[in-house]
Design a protein around this ligand. Structure first.
Ligand SMILES: [Zn+2]
Length: 182
């Protein structure tokens, strides 16, 4: 069961690395969770808060084209356009992905640099899909719609800081014990 789940996640991750993206809108779904995140432009360092949709059905990180243009994010042209497919495998007629946006993303003391594919998302501004979910493996309370980053990998900025603090605490504890013995 677990092995199957891991296999599925790996497949989704590999698919996300490929040339195609699946953009799914689960806006009406109860399984959609919204996260208030901060986006910071890498060139001007100006920031903006946005409600991002956490969607396990999306195989990438996406930013809406109109949102990008309205807020003046710098778009970089992709070497090769990325095809967008719908969940049923048909070609998404809203057009291929031609650009990406790089920016810093802030969420509850978490900061990371991400690249978003720019496409038309309708009323949604930002979608965090499977690659982000796999990377951070967040704790999600689907009922309350809460996202907690408690299981981040060692390379994640936040957790490395925490583990540093933890190591520091352990070191102090160790020193105190040594003192108690002598
Ligand atoms: Zn993390």
């Amino acid at each position: 069961m677990l092995r199957k789940k891991v296999k599925e996640l790996k497949e989704q991750r590999d698919k996300a690395k490929g040339e195609e993206r699946v953009v799914r809108h689960t806006m009406q779904s109860l399984r959609a969770v919204w996260m208030k995140i901060g986006l910071e432009k890498v060139d001007t360092h100006k920031g903006i808060m946005v409600n991002a949709l956490l969607d396990s059905g999306a195989t990438g990180l996406f930013m809406d084209k109109r949102f990008v243009e309205k807020n003046g994010f710098r778009m970089e042209r992709l070497k090769r356009p990325v095809k967008v497919t719908n969940v049923d495998g048909t070609h998404n007629n809203r057009g291929d992905i031609m650009h990406e946006v790089e920016c810093n993303v802030y969420y509850k003391g978490h900061k990371e640099r991400m690249r978003f594919d720019v496409c038309n998302l309708g009323r949604t501004e930002v979608i965090l899909g499977m690659p982000w979910l796999v990377a951070h493996n967040p704790e999600i309370d689907w009922e309350k719609g809460e996202v907690k980053l408690t299981r981040c990998p060692p390379w994640c900025g936040k957790s490395s800081e925490e583990s540093r603090k933890e190591r520091c605490k352990e070191r102090i504890r160790g020193l105190e014990e040594e003192k108690a013995i002598s």
